[in-house]
Design a protein. Structure first.
Lengths: 294, 294, 294, 294
């Protein structure tokens, strides 16, 4: 049975993107109107006027949305497919299903569970999978299933196979909440849903192990975090959100790490929320993010 | 002769607002399209679905805009007037003419002149009027005419009459850059263009004289500034922008005032820029501000 | 049995304040040194050189601190009492005992419990008292005692008497986490420990009921929160911390309230932390706050 | 003739740093006291209790400071030299002399001149040197000498020699305001005063040419700037200050660069102010910065 958010009943989110062409905004808004949609918000971005890409997000209200979706989709296909535009139509009252993969570190995991519990993340969480057991009780206290899949052993493909079994068909996207394991290309291909990661970021960057120690030695005044979609290039996928916090000379490497954990929690939460609200459109290695930041 | 910003040649900004009705976004975008406009950005806000007000800002590119404006305006009138919608169409390459009224305090005045000089404010500044002469040399060093209109005397209507004479027909909006004089209702009616003011703001508010001393005595941790349109209710007009800065116990009342001056400069500059870019729509005692804040 | 924070073993915090006089900083640091203290941090503030007040916070490490406290206190009394200086010496490894008074609204309550659970607040929480029962399960899930003391009835003194009974001797300070009841002067006198409150703040202020609706109608661009010590003047006590969040025209009064709840959580948490770390010194209706903000 | 800031008359700033040892804070404060100094502010930082470095900044008021400096310095030498402590004593009413080296880009240069003009930077500016002439009129309009030293040619040592001639004996520190030339090791040795630089920073870093284009292609959400002391390692010297600004998908590479210029101006200004106020202590490749940020 599908969980519904009654406050968003009959709210649809339409995402359109593809090659820009004259009149595309008018065509999309006319389509919404002739399908009896009442536009609540509209965001739009044209890469450039001459042959760039075009992106639009429209949220509209439409009575009896569930029943109407097939005919709206037929109209979308008829209107947009010939121009090579991609589109997706989602019922905003149906929350996306989010799996969390975690490891020993719990700050990002618990932040997500906590925000979800407070009604601040429009998702359901069918499961948390960890390669350690230390967070099992915490997760289950939120009423969320916890599965332990150890990642030790000579071959990680066993672990990935077990994780795939758990995830397949059950989730709409995956969050790596400090999972700390490299995800294989095969896994990414097989799982078939977006995977969001979080990692620390510095100005300048510090490559390799012990980045907070290096940041301390370098005397940086800011530490940050980046949330991005996972691609085959480790930590190089499209960035969704970034932020920083101020630090100073009096803070130890451990203090920097604690401050960094705060930034990671906030950045990952925003990235997850925007993804869940269909505010993020991938475009090559970039993202278009129609945020709700005032 | 009209000054043109070549980078914005053939860019038009269309503002539409009025009672919401089904299909209004589609109607406006269709109008832009049939007038050969290429939509560059679109912001839209519906107060509420049932009978609230609707606001839209569309920036579009249209070859030979200057020549086409009359026919686009005719189409706008034919399409929108019957529904009681208000609209305005502006050529973004023509900067608005901004007069500044100032007094002895120079921080807001010089900030505006300085940003203008750096090309950061899309306006021309035909004149600065002050009731003191201390900033005359500074203003003229920027190549801008300075007029001295003293406000002393039993009757301020003389001063206002002189100011009106200078302004009438020459400016599109007026900025009170710490002008410190109460503007009469008659002046507002006669001048007929928007007037933007800046004043300090606190949490909580401190009424009357010496607000920084009171803020110091109260031990506030934030001081702020508010920029708004001037209406007959002093300091009660529609708010355009607000911001705050952090202060602490070690700062004197003079330090608070200096910090407050920084906030005033930043807040007024943003308000002026957004007004000049037609990003602010007045709606009763509120504003809709389609900012470009990322 | 006293709970100890091992990381802060043998760390003492000395607060000195009173009339400024030449050589006071040297006298206090000499005292710490002759008592074998190793100064870890030192903050100091002189209101003004001529007869103002002086404030100092010194954190020092001293082997066998517990055993040494009586002799250090004797030295403090001998050195400072004759000059009318007030002082307090606390063992930082002993967390303060914090009671929380709450009502139906849970955002501030749960934020404090959650941060405490993560080890981010150096306090123990011997009890939560609420005039409603809706948060009982949540509180007890954190392993913290919950007491229900209804505040209905013609006479609130009964409820206050029961609360006093629960608190007396058991707590070092009290936090009103959206308690929404006016605290009587008698209660404040009787309870004898600091009481910290949180409330929303706006620029400008909105007096009376439904402040978020008024803020929406006024079109404010910022909403804020203030945390302060409770005194006999309602909401007028010494301010500890304030902050704001940006809002815009598209947010409903309910959105403003939700955003306001975030600010309240953050502001109250910082105020509580700084109080618990002896970083806040009251001085008339002001506070000196030696923050650790980088 | 030395320029004096009357508001800081008789204010001294004492910086002490070196190996930590018990009682050092008490020893320094006792020294100030016995030399009739009234401590106005005191900042202190101990790297760690066991053999780390110690840093202290004391600002004190002392009647007839100018006359007393030799005897205070004698006391400092007698008290601190034997422990291997370094110290410096400066009269805060004497502003430091700051030279600016610039190139075609004027945003950092003009920001410094502008802030100086407004009394916000406690320095004098004896000269601006540029390898181009485009800013000459602007600089001279501020009443500041401008020298043109071209850097073209096969051998840059000629240019550096001319710059050295202009600077030697005339300045207390140098600011590279987007100077864009690599400073030779020989020049750094010969000039003998601190050199402060500003450059853009990103998360992640983008090496080499056209960093803003690369940042755009990577879709970053933040761009930043770093100000640091120049050492033999290009852009690797001790960091004084860093900050970032938010950007989004709709901004072009040129927009990012414009936004970056804002951040550079703010970061460099703060670094210069803190250096000028003796708030920055170099320690290996790090800095201790006792900021006045509230």
């Amino acid at each position: 049975m599908t969980v519904h958010n009654e406050a968003l009943r009959d709210h649809a989110c339409l995402i359109v993107h593809g090659p820009d062409r004259p009149g595309i905004v008018a065509a999309v808004t006319a389509l919404v109107t002739r399908n009896h949609g009442n536009i609540l918000s509209l965001d739009q971005y044209s890469e450039n006027a001459d042959g760039g890409a075009f992106f639009q997000r429209v949220v509209f209200q439409r009575a009896d949305l569930t029943a109407a979706i097939p005919e709206i989709e037929a109209d979308l296909a008829a209107t947009l497919d010939e121009f090579g535009m991609q589109w997706s139509l989602t019922d905003q009252s149906v929350p996306k299903r989010m799996a969390i993969l975690a490891s020993t570190s719990d700050h990002c995991l618990l932040e997500l569970l906590w925000r979800h519990r407070r009604g601040e993340l429009p998702v359901t969480i069918p499961m948390v999978i960890s390669n350690h057991t230390n967070t099992a009780d915490d997760v289950r206290a939120f009423g969320i299933p916890f599965f332990h899949v150890p990642s030790q052993g000579p071959d990680k493909s066993d672990a990935e196979a077990k994780i795939l079994e758990l995830l397949t068909g059950n989730v709409d996207f995956i969050v790596l909440a400090r999972y700390m394991q490299i995800i294989s290309e095969d896994f990414l291909d097989a799982v078939g849903v977006p995977v969001i990661n979080i990692h620390h970021s510095f100005l300048p960057a510090f490559i390799g192990a012990a980045p907070y120690r290096k940041a301390k030695e370098r005397g940086v005044k800011l530490i940050g975090a980046t949330s991005h979609y996972v691609t085959k290039e480790l930590d190089e996928g499209p960035i969704i959100e970034q932020d920083v916090a101020r630090v100073n000379h009096a803070m130890t490497a451990a203090d920097l790490q604690a401050r960094g954990a705060y930034v990671e929690r906030a950045v990952l939460s925003r990235a997850v929320q925007w993804h869940a609200e269909d505010r993020v459109i991938r475009h090559g290695n970039q993202t278009i993010v129609f945020t709700d930041r005032p």
